[in-house]
Design a protein around this ligand. Structure first.
Ligand code: SAH
Ligand code: SF4
Ligand code: F3S
Length: 471
């Protein structure tokens, strides 16, 4: 009963928005000149995936896409606030848009995404960036057609930011960036409240999509030619816990693995505290699940990890990595690491380097800690000065890069399967794609290979990418 009523809310909402799509479409179509939109995703994979949905809605409303801001009638920035520089970038761009709008007063500017969930940002836009037309947050993306219509009709600045999430709106009929690989949301939000992180405040509490909805979406994608899916969630390991009939992430993987025609399954992100033996077993036995795992460590110091509220220790993380490698010897690991967390000492930092040396990552996303308003770490004592943080950051990269080189040299002489993504921009005789381990591989080939999975022998290790020959 509850399930049905939930679905009805979502379907009614979609019908309502479709009505607005038609209304906006007739306005856009009556314009003497074809209207164009420019869309920019400024954050993580979830943010990029949301922007795919935004682009689809705009196409349905009769706009065509342009990749030049100067040429656009509608500009939409999907913002990120994970670090301060992400926010600075938005303000910088808004400054430029002021000038564009002076040249073209009909230009509409929309801002959405995580940064718009912060009250101080909305206050600042209201006072200093009055040229923004439409502002909404992370919980009501599906309302874009209604918001555009209201802006067109009223001429006023429209601000519609929800404090909390509503029902999950199941609309999967959108355009994808690539025809052969696609991101699929399996859950939204986060309950972990790592002490440095803004995500739980701007993306709300954790909620999972129904397993059948996910499976149906992937079946549809495969029918359209998709070979690889990446399942997205802030912590996929806790997928399904909040559903009325709980499902584990491993069970979801098993069902996805059964989908005929699908070749590869990837996922991110896995929180180390919740990675179960059941998942390791599933990764080992399910043939479509790639031997690649993104397992953010953040810091190698148990003391810092505790202050970060991560719920694991240096030792338990290393033991987990060893257990995974034992079960799946050819697995490649990637991670997120932060330096300069409040109170981080040289000794703590050495622990981070130690973990990096022991775990052997093939990729790593590295960050300097950035204070986020409203998070517990922002008010912790002993914030680290910039010079120390930068110095640690540089030393971290040195250790990481030599580890990445070493791990990749293990692939020399082996044959990997590359899903070809594109022709190289520098050399039109070279194509590139990702191996099952998610390593970037370049080799001789042409555009006819795009979207195909081909065996490639690795001949050269260039640290961040590999060169190979098609066999
Ligand atoms: N849910 C994912 C991470 C999402 S945010 C996870 O738990 O791993 C992506 C990365 O940004 C984080 O892993 C962290 O390394 C980094 N990050 C988050 N907040 C940050 C902050 N305040 N300063 C610097 N880096 C941060
Ligand atoms: Fe942020 Fe932690 Fe949630 Fe990841 S798990 S999104 S780092 S609070
Ligand atoms: Fe992603 Fe940035 Fe939001 S990392 S979840 S877009 S704060």
């Amino acid at each position: 009963m509850l399930e049905n009523s939930k679905k009805e809310v979502s379907e009614n909402e979609l019908l309502k928005q479709n009505e607005y799509i038609r209304k906006v479409h007739s306005i856009v179509a009556s314009s003497p000149k074809q209207k164009k939109f420019y869309s920019l995703a400024m954050g993580c994979q979830m943010n990029a995936h949301d922007s795919e949905k935004i682009c689809s809605m705009l196409l349905k409303m009769g706009y065509t896409q342009t990749f030049s801001e100067n040429d656009a009638d509608f500009i939409i920035y999907n913002t990120c606030c994970i670090r301060e520089n992400a926010e600075d970038k938005v303000y910088g761009k808004l400054g430029y848009l002021k000038h564009l709008k002076r040249q073209n007063p009909d230009l509409l500017i929309a801002l959405c995404g995580c940064m718009m969930q912060e009250n101080h940002v909305i206050d600042k836009i209201k006072t200093s960036y009055r040229h923004a037309d439409i502002i909404f947050g992370t919980f009501n993306l599906h309302k874009l057609p209604e918001l555009i219509y209201n802006r067109m009709e009223s001429g006023d600045m429209i601000i519609d930011v929800w404090e909390e999430h509503g029902e999950i709106v199941e609309d999967t009929s959108y355009k994808r960036e690539y025809p052969f690989k696609a991101s699929v949301n399996i859950m939204y939000g986060c309950n972990n409240f790592c002490s440095y992180c803004i995500v739980p405040y701007v993306r709300g509490r954790e909620r999972s999509r129904e397993k059948e909805d996910i499976l149906n979406e992937i079946r549809g994608l495969v029918k359209d030619g998709v070979k690889e899916v990446c399942l997205l969630g802030q912590n996929v390991n806790s997928y399904g816990k909040t559903l009325s009939t709980p499902v584990t992430f491993a069970q979801l993987l098993k069902d996805i693995n059964e989908i005929e025609g699908l070749e590869r399954i990837r996922f991110m992100t896995s929180h180390p505290k919740d990675l179960s033996d059941e998942l390791i077993e599933a990764m080992k036995t399910l043939d479509k699940v790639c031997p690649y795992l993104h397992l953010p460590v953040q810091s190698g110091s148990t003391r810092v990890l505790e202050k970060m509220n991560r719920h694991y220790t240096k030792e338990s993380y290393i033991a987990l990595v060893e257990k995974i490698r034992k079960a799946i010897p050819d697995i490649m690991l990637s991670t997120d690491i932060m330096v300069g967390f409040p109170g981080e000492t040289e000794e703590d930092f050495q622990d981070t380097l130690d973990v990096v040396r022991k775990c052997g990552y093939s990729t790593a996303f590295t960050f300097i800690y950035s204070r986020r308003r409203g998070t517990p770490a922002d008010v912790m004592d002993c914030q680290i000065d910039e010079k120390t943080a930068h110095d640690r950051f540089d030393r971290l990269l040195e250790v990481l890069n030599s580890g990445i080189h070493e791990i990749h040299s293990k692939l020399l002489g082996t044959t990997v399967n590359v899903l070809v993504e594109e022709v190289s921009r520098q050399d039109e005789d070279i194509v590139s794609g990702r191996s099952e381990h998610n390593s970037l591989v370049h080799f001789k080939g042409d555009s006819s290979l795009i979207g195909k999975t081909v065996p490639v022998k690795i001949t050269e290790n260039k640290t961040f990418y590999l060169m190979g020959e098609r066999i």
